[in-house]
Every structure is written in structure tokens, then in C-alpha cells.
Ligand binder design. Structure first.
Ligand SMILES: Nc1ncnc2c1ncn2[C@@H]1O[C@H](COP(=O)(O)OP(=O)(O)OP(=O)(O)O)[C@@H](O)[C@H]1O
Ligand SMILES: [Mg+2]
Length: 367
């Protein structure tokens, strides 16, 4: 059982505040991913939980008990870094056994613990090797093994697979997930890769410049981003965002995207749902899969011209020009034959987001 809680955590480096009033409750066994751009404070947060960094204000609690006064070694938390720094002169076996050698554990128990962990990580056949004879992925498995072998209260991982090539990263991602399902431990995992975050997390914590932006399941942050930062940080290709105006057109809602000419037809309930925001400058957000493309004109569709087509194998991303406004659409591969083609498109209301342009906050409109 390990719960971790951060309450009002603040951290300065000199005059620069790098963590701003961070509040977060992590459940037992939960896999939390801290996601954000370089410099947003992910590593600092992780190091603060591990006890490798002090905090200036707030509390960090493990299982309900404040731990600031505890040294890293007394917090019983394991950390895995991007640079895995195995001991080069030791075998894989000794590298994994190392954290247990300092304890009073019996030799036979250490042996069993090392072999169990090696089996879970599928590196049993590598135990006699030196790190120099391992692939990058295997080295990282050993580093994870060394962290796991103590059966720590929690695992903290800082971009543990960031240094590996794309294919190996994908493999290791699946491996880490499998391991978490099998072993189960409260985990905080840091990455700036949103695909990694989406695929691993029970809940994603998105940070920007030291400020927590949103906490939610992958579906939640993807489907209901709370602000423009999250909307454009999560998802690839990024969500289209454009200034928009909503008007009443004979009882129906019409959404005019700046530069796009005519309005897109929307269900009339949009008018009442936006009532409180009347007059405020709005931004419309829609992911490429929410822009629906057709070859024939139909009600609710506006004409557009295909500008650039990016074939991505199983689908295409097509830049569509509506007047002077560009919106990216996702289509079946080959659906739009070539740049310059005239097509028709509409916006799927259920996938359209509205934000207050000034604050960037979502208006929470669901259609
Ligand atoms: N020891 C330090 N002294 C001064 N400033 C620091 C120190 N460590 C980190 N910083 C600054 O604090 C901010 C947050 O750094 P942090 O390492 O937590 O970011 P990060 O989100 O992990 O970034 P990255 O993705 O690049 O690893 C950055 O602006 C960084 O320059
Ligand atoms: Mg970092």
C-alpha cells in the first residue's frame, strides 16, 4: 500500500520559481505520468518526492505521513533515470543484487530476489554478462531490475527510455506496462513524449512552467482538455485552433471560423450552452479526426481546397484551406487524391471544443 500526496508544493531555484503550488494525490498502485515540455519542472518534482531535492513550501506525504524530514535513503523509494549508470565492472547479477548487499538479507534470499526480478524482466540469460555486452534496452531492464529488487514503496522513473531509439522505445513501453500490471507498484513516470504518456498512464499530470494544468485519464485529457495548452500539447498532429464566432442563424447555431467564409452548421443547443460566454472572443478547437471530408457537396459542408497531403500509411493528414483559414483533417489514405483538389468538409460538433481566447480556459461545452 503506497499513496503519495503533494500538498501546496513550492520550489524556487534562486529567484526562479520552478514548482508553483502543486497539489496531487496518487493512489496505491497507480501509474501516474508527469508530462510537459523541457524545463517545466518534472524532474524537480520527482526528485522532491524521492528526497533528492528539498521543497520550500508545502508537504509531501507518503501513506499519509509527511516525509520532508526523511532522507532519500529512508523514504524507501526507487528511482530510475534516463542515463542508467550500471556498474561497468559488475555482472548483471551483481548490478541487480547491489542494493540488497547493503542490507542484512541472507545470501540465498538475495539470490532468489535477483532471479525472480530477472525472470520478470526476461533477462535471466543475461545475468553473467557485463553491462558493456548489453543492448540499450537490456541495460534499461537491468536498471529497472535494480530498482525493483528492493521491492520499494514506490517507483519513480525519469524519462527511463528517452535515450533509446524509436523502435526500442515502443518495445520497452509495452514492457514497462506489462511489468506494472504484473508487479503493481505506485509509479510516477516522467516524460515529455505524449504518446508514451497516453499509452502508459492511469492518469496523466500535465505541467507547464511549474504549474499543473490538468490531471486526468488519457481519455480525459485527450477528449476534454481544460485549456488551450493541454489541447495543443496532447495529441498528434496537434488540434486545430482558430478564432471563431457563434451566431444564431434562424434558430440554428452557425460557427464562423475566422477567414473561412461561411459558418459551419451546429446544433442549436450550442447557443444556450454558450450563453454565459456571449460576446467573449472564442477559440474553436478541433482535432484532425473531427474534420469530416467528403467529395460531394452536402448540407452543413463547406467547400475547401486540399493544400498539402501527408500520407502516414494507415491514414492521411490533409491541410484544407477554407478561404484563408487552414484546418488539418484526417482522412482514409488516398481519400483526397492530390493537392489542389476541391473537397467539402464539416466539423463534427461532438468533437469541437470552445475556449475563452483570453484565458485559454475551456468553456466546457459538450454537444
Ligand atoms: N539545481 C538547479 N539549479 C538551478 N536551476 C535548476 C536546477 N535544477 C533545475 N533547474 C531549473 O528548474 C527548471 C525545471 O527543471 P527540471 O529539471 O525540473 O525540468 P524538466 O521538466 O525535468 O525538464 P527536462 O524535460 O528538460 O528534463 C528549469 O528551468 C531548470 O533550468
Ligand atoms: Mg527532466
Amino acid at each position: 500500500m503506497t499513496q503519495i500526496e503533494l500538498r501546496g508544493v513550492q520550489k524556487w531555484f534562486g529567484a526562479v520559481q520552478v514548482i508553483k503550488d502543486l497539489n496531487l494525490s496518487i493512489e496505491d498502485n497507480e501509474f501516474i505520468v508527469l508530462l510537459g515540455q523541457s524545463g517545466c519542472g518534472k524532474t524537480t518534482t520527482l526528485r522532491a518526492v524521492a528526497g533528492l531535492e528539498t521543497i520550500d513550501e508545502g508537504d509531501i506525504l507518503i501513506d499519509g505521513k509527511p516525509v520532508q524530514h526523511l532522507k532519500a535513503a529512508d523514504r524507501d523509494i526507487a528511482m530510475v533515470f534516463q542515463s542508467f549508470s550500471l556498474y561497468p565492472h559488475m555482472s548483471v547479477y551483481e548490478n541487480i543484487a547491489f542494493p540488497l548487499r547493503a542490507t542484512r538479507m541472507k545470501k540465498t534470499d538475495i539470490d532468489k530476489a535477483v532471479r525472480d526480478v530477472a525472470q520478470v524482466l526476461r533477462i535471466s540469460d543475461l545475468l553473467d554478462r557485463r553491462p558493456s555486452a548489453l543492448s540499450g534496452g537490456d541495460m534499461q531492464r537491468v536498471a529497472i531490475g535494480r530498482a525493483l529488487v528492493r521491492r520499494p514503496k514506490a517507483m519513480l522513473m525519469d524519462e527511463p527510455i528517452g535515450a533509446l531509439d524509436a523502435k526500442l522505445r515502443e518495445e520497452m513501453r509495452a514492457e514497462i506496462k506489462r511489468l506494472h500490471v504484473k508487479q503493481g507498484s505506485t509509479t510516477i513516470y516522467v516524460t515529455h513524449d505524449q504518446i508514451e504518456a497516453m499509452s502508459l498512464a492511469d492518469r496523466i499530470v500535465i505541467m507547464h512552467e511549474g504549474v499543473l494544468q490538468q490531471v486526468g485519464t488519457p481519455e480525459d485529457v485527450y477528449g476534454h482538455p481544460q485549456n488551450l495548452f493541454v489541447a495543443q500539447f496532447v495529441g498528434s498532429p496537434v488540434m486545430n485552433v482558430a478564432p471563431a464566432a457563434v451566431s444564431d442563424s434562424a434558430g440554428k447555431a452557425s460557427v464562423t471560423v475566422e477567414g473561412a467564409g461561411e459558418g459551419f452548421a451546429f446544433p442549436s443547443e450550442l447557443l444556450s450552452k454558450l450563453n454565459g460566454s456571449a460576446g467573449k472572443p472564442l477559440s474553436l478547437g478541433i482535432r484532425p479526426e473531427g474534420v469530416i471530408v467528403a467529395h460531394e457537396a452536402a448540407e452543413g459542408f463547406l467547400p475547401a481546397e486540399a493544400h498539402i497531403i501527408e500520407p502516414l500509411g494507415s491514414y492521411d493528414i490533409v491541410d484544407l484551406k477554407f478561404g484563408s483559414q487552414m484546418l488539418r483533417a484526417r482522412t482514409r489514405s488516398g481519400f483526397v487524391a492530390k493537392a489542389g483538389d476541391r473537397v467539402f468538409a464539416r466539423l463534427d460538433p461532438t468533437q469541437t471544443h470552445f475556449f475563452d481566447t483570453a484565458s485559454g480556459q475551456s468553456l466546457g461545452v459538450k454537444l
